[in-house]
Write a protein that binds this ligand. Structure first.
Ligand SMILES: [Mg+2]
Length: 317
């Protein structure tokens, strides 16, 4: 069987956005939602797999071994970068480190204990019976996303994947004629490929050590959650209406950013609702109990598509 998951590629990169509609049901007009948007890590599988912890350790090793950062400052530095920039990687780029994105991702994800992610036929069954568009939205790279989904046995449950490469295209020389795209791809295109000396590194620990910081935090060229621009960009690429989309996430700040751009939100990993979360579920497995209305859809027709459909064509037709 052909793998039905596609990675969404930015149209600014010159690629046509492709989507394949396998076993897709079109719900009746009056349903509340069109689309289910899922984070991947710690959302579709539990935190207890240890993947997140191993990932954090690998990031710390990368900072020491590849960027020459002193081990003793790593916990504080990593924490500040993650808090202020969404991902440690985005923060490292912001404060002046330059490195190859693919190399970073293969170092950080290459040694993860993927064997801890087990096939999840229960979730698979839940997903396949939900008559909505289903899309993955992750800050991780496409290799990691494909591996994790494959371990879960969910690789054919989603229409597409929005991942690091989708929002951070590396073919920087192609300039889009779409004005909206320029706004988003611009920062990545302006990054000079220079080597980094320690004098060019912004001292973020020193910055926050000041009572009234005089310096301004530098901007990152990396587009990722929880930036609202990143979420809006993802919605545009996948042609998603936020008002008619449920967004599943384990990260509170991503949930809150999602809420600000108009998404309906489901916090995963706790049953305690927080500000910005419309629902809170201990596990994605509780979906049917928490949101029974998702299954209360009257099927007007069953539409199966085969082959590839260009979004741009279907929108303008
Ligand atoms: Mg997550």
């Amino acid at each position: 069987m052909e793998l039905s998951v596609h990675f969404f590629l930015s149209s600014a990169e010159g690629f046509l956005i492709e989507m394949e509609f396998d076993d897709r049901y079109r719900p009746a007009q009056m349903t509340k939602y069109d689309c289910l948007l899922f984070d991947l890590d710690d959302t579709l599988y539990p935190y207890s797999t240890g993947i997140a912890t191993a990932c954090r350790n690998n990031i710390e090793d990368y900072m020491v071994e590849k960027l020459g950062i002193e081990r003793s400052i790593i916990p504080e530095l990593g924490n500040l970068l993650y808090k202020n920039y969404g991902t440690t990687m985005a923060g490292l780029r912001a404060i002046g480190y330059d490195f190859d994105y693919d190399e970073y991702h293969s170092f950080v994800h290459g040694r993860l204990p993927y064997e801890n992610i087990k096939p999840d036929p229960v979730l698979r069954n839940l997903l396949l019976n939900l008559p909505y568009r289903k899309i993955i939205f992750t800050n991780a790279d496409k290799v990691h996303a494909a591996k994790a989904l494959s371990r879960l046995g969910l690789e054919d449950c989603f229409e597409g994947i929005i991942c690091f490469e989708t929002l951070n295209p590396t073919h920087k020389s192609i300039v889009s004629d779409d004005e909206d795209d320029i706004e988003f791809v611009g920062p990545a295109a302006e990054v000079p490929a220079t080597t980094t000396s320690s004098s060019q590194i912004f001292d973020i620990i020193g910055h926050f050590a000041q009572q009234n910081p005089t310096s301004k935090l530098p901007k990152t060229p990396i587009v990722c959650k929880p930036s609202e621009a990143a979420i809006e960009r993802a919605l545009k690429i996948a042609n998603i209406d936020p008002q008619r989309t449920l967004f599943f996430e384990d990260s509170v700040r991503n949930i809150q950013a999602g809420k600000r751009v108009g998404l309906q939100t489901v916090l995963i990993g706790t049953s305690q609702r927080v500000k910005g979360a419309d629902y809170a579920l201990e596990s994605i497995h509780n979906l049917r109990e928490a949101l029974p209305e998702l299954w209360e859809v009257e099927m007007k027709s069953e539409v199966r598509y085969s082959g590839k459909v260009a979004v741009e064509t279907s929108v303008t037709a």
